[in-house]
Design a protein around this ligand. Structure first.
Ligand code: AKB
Length: 337
């Protein structure tokens, strides 16, 4: 069987590392990687070639490759993007656009479908106020699309760019066959928590940071209020969702952007769970107005019924399973506590 050629950008990030390990376990893929940083040892042997540097300038390196699949994970996350907004726009928007153009060009020129998997985010939402956030419940994909962060604007716009390049690029598919076959698919992820890696420069980071600190017996000062609530997911579920969406035949999909969620907890509930698992954990709350504002603009939960209906999405880990079956066993092994 010939291997599928896959490009993973942002390979050194949390999703990147976990995804590359999962692709390698699955087999049948030749994996090309790219990132600003050199590959960590944990995934080095799984990549046949690593292109290191800024994607915007490196994308020309990829025009000779016949990629079947592109996972475009490279991004500047929400907290960093607020303070380095021009850089974030370049990485998040220009990088994505360059790669979409490459995928559209290749699929059109060689009449070969390229599946383009793009992680969007709950940051694509912008709740107009805390009162609305608290009463809106689990929101569907097409409501409250008024992001209040640079990162959220970038993600929402790139969802639209992906749809544009796959459906309307050059406008000719409307009455001309065969169509351009760039096959853009996007998942709006909640906050993700891995037992093996720690995030940096995002805003949902308080969840994983608090749990990793408690597990190591380190004090933690949480940068949002106790009642701050958004949805979260175990990293293995995030990887499962990407691989599930990768596998679905195009004709089964009626949309290009899907919410997924696993459990919504307040920061106070995270603290309570951390204290139960690690009695004596020192966790206090000192909200940072800027980061609190970002979390306040994200919905408390999202409605993932589209993904459940169209591609049978279902997380393996609800809040209890996340702690009992994934995070705590793994983290105890990791930190020996
Ligand atoms: C962030 O906090 O920026 C990300 C996200 C929710 O997309 N983790």
């Amino acid at each position: 069987m010939t291997e599928k050629l896959v490009l993973v950008t942002g390979a050194c990030g949390e999703i990147g590392q976990a995804l590359i390990q999962a692709l390698a376990r699955r087999g049948g893929y030749q994996i090309v990687t790219s990132d600003l940083a050199p590959l960590p040892d944990s995934i080095k042997a799984m990549s046949t070639e690593h292109v290191q540097g800024d994607l915007v300038y490196k994308v020309k390196n990829f025009y000779d490759y016949g990629f079947d699949v592109i996972f475009h994970l490279a991004a500047s996350l929400s907290s960093k993007a607020e303070v380095a907004s021009e850089e974030a726009h370049r990485i998040n928007v220009e990088g994505t656009m360059q790669l979409l153009m490459l995928a559209a060009y290749r699929s059109e020129k060689y009449q070969k479908s390229v599946r383009f998997l793009f992680p969007s985010s709950i940051a694509a939402y912008g709740m107009p106020g805390l009162d609305v956030k608290k009463t809106a419940g689990a929101v569907k994909e097409d409501v409250y699309n008024m992001p209040q962060t640079m990162y959220g604007c970038n993600k929402l716009y790139c969802e639209k760019l992906g749809m544009y390049y796959s459906k309307f690029f050059g406008q000719k598919h409307l009455d001309e066959e065969p169509p351009c076959m760039l096959d853009f698919r996007s998942i709006r992820f909640p906050g993700l928590i891995s037992a093996f890696t720690l995030p940096s420069s995002g805003t949902s980071d308080y969840g994983p940071e608090m749990l990793h600190a408690a597990a190591q017996g380190k004090p933690y000062t949480c940068f949002v209020r106790e009642d701050a609530k958004i949805s979260f997911m175990a990293m293995p579920d995030a990887i499962k969702s990407l691989l599930m969406l990768l596998d679905v035949p195009r004709e089964k999909l009626n949309h290009q952007v899907y919410n997924i969620t696993a459990f919504a907890l307040t920061a106070g509930e995270f603290r309570d769970r951390a204290l139960k698992a690690f009695p004596g954990a020192q966790i206090n709350f000192q909200p940072n107005p800027r980061r609190q504002g970002i979390v306040d603009s994200w919905p408390e939960d999202v409605d993932d019924s589209l993904a459940r209906t169209e591609w049978n999405w279902k997380p393996d880990y609800d809040a209890d399973a996340f702690f009992d079956d994934y995070f705590l066993p793994e983290i105890r092994k990791r930190y020996g506590r």
